[in-house]
Design a protein around this ligand. Structure first.
Ligand code: SAH
Length: 363
């Protein structure tokens, strides 16, 4: 079957997706062009901003790929104080970013839960409810998710990392603290509470196959997500998975595979929000712009106070750790215009999918 006839199908089979993930050269260009058109027709060429605040790298988890895992004693731990977070949020507000994302290592102590709650309440107060708040603080109890939602957070990002249970346990310790089913249930709980829910995976992990990636896309479709963040896996030398670095596909190929994943997902889920992730920029200086051109519509400029950025090292060579929020601001507008898009200043830029009356829940 020709690529065009696959692209025009009303829905993709697993085999279709596998075929699309393997494309290169002119056929790959056809995929990208088709995805760009789907985006333009369904959600337009506006890119929405989420000022990213990396609140803390203190983490109770030991994910085998992650530089801020609990057992990495070489990581310098930090937690922003409330005032620093509020100040960063105020920067986003003053510069018309529309939304922020608060991301952190995974902790669920009472003091952490209360801290996040106070921060949400204060941000809502000082911005007169005008800043949208996305959280990315890992697995928490139903009560915690509900409290944060009631205080004003309305989007939540929790990557499943891999939707194949077997692969999940190759990249996480197989214990109570890293339970696949718990993570899946957390996503379902977040949906039930009413959040716009985002998930995602890393692309190019050791042991990962094209079939795993195809299943990840089908998983997202089945879960009927509102948002997605996918990025290439980038090895970190102080993590257990580093041992498998010689078995990885080259960085450039991980990058291209991520772009194909984004383009295919855009065709499968026409009106969701898809982020152009920072990890793409680590491999290619204009990696995020390339993602925007082929289907992504969300950018997350870092607004974490500059002095902490080096410490939030999920992977190595993270970009822009020597910059401050002010530097990013100037850079964003130029970058977005370069790829013939415009920035949706002052707007929440919610996932259209969430509000789509035809959206049927499949949980
Ligand atoms: N603790 C939060 C989020 C913090 S990490 C949570 O559990 O949701 C944010 C994301 O960074 C993770 O979901 C993971 O997909 C990604 N990440 C971690 N280590 C990485 C690596 N080595 N390469 C690429 N992405 C990585």
């Amino acid at each position: 079957m020709s690529i065009t006839s696959i692209l025009e199908k009303p829905s993709f089979t697993r085999n279709d997706i596998i075929q699309l993930l393997k494309l290169s050269g002119n056929d790959e260009k056809l995929l990208f062009k088709y995805a760009a058109k789907i985006k333009e027709d369904n959600i337009g060429n506006t890119v929405y901003l989420r000022g990213l605040i990396e609140l803390s790298n203190v983490c109770a988890k030991d994910c085998l790929y992650c530089g801020i895992r609990k057992s990495n004693i070489l990581s310098t731990r930090y937690s922003l104080v409330e005032e620093e977070v509020i100040e960063a949020a105020k920067f986003a507000y003053d510069n018309n970013y529309g939304s922020i994302v608060i991301q952190s290592g995974e902790i669920s102590t009472k003091s952490f839960v209360n801290k996040i709650n106070n921060i949400i309440l204060q941000i809502k107060k000082i911005t007169k409810g005008q800043i949208g708040i996305t959280l990315s603080c890992g697995e928490q109890s139903i009560e915690t998710y509900r409290t944060w939602f009631e205080s004003g957070a309305h989007r939540y990002l929790l990557r499943i990392e891999s939707s194949t249970e077997e692969l999940y346990y190759k990249i996480h310790p197989n214990d109570e603290n890293h339970n696949f089913q718990t993570r899946l249930n957390a996503l379902k709980t977040l949906k039930e509470i009413g959040y716009q829910v985002g998930t995602g995976v890393m692309v190019g992990l050791p042991f990962q196959t094209i079939e795993h990636l195809a299943d990840d896309l089908l998983f997202m479709k089945h879960l009927n997500i509102d948002m997605c963040g996918m990025g290439p896996y980038i090895e970190h030398k102080n993590t257990p998975l580093y041992e498998f670095k010689d078995s990885l596909i080259p960085l450039k190929e991980r990058f291209n595979q991520t772009l194909r994943m984004i383009a295919i997902l855009r065709i499968m889920m026409k009106d969701i929000n898809i982020a152009a992730t920072t990890a793409l920029q680590t491999i290619d200086k204009i990696g995020r712009e390339k993602a925007i051109q082929i289907g992504a519509n969300i950018l997350m400029p870092n607004i974490t106070p500059g002095k902490y950025r080096d410490s939030y090292a999920l992977y190595e060579n993270k970009p822009c750790t020597d910059e401050n929020a002010e530097d990013c601001k100037n850079c964003i507008d130029v970058r977005v215009h370069l790829v013939n898009h415009k920035v949706g200043y002052g707007e929440w830029g919610d996932s259209k999918h969430y509000k789509n009356p035809e959206k049927t829940s499949q949980i």
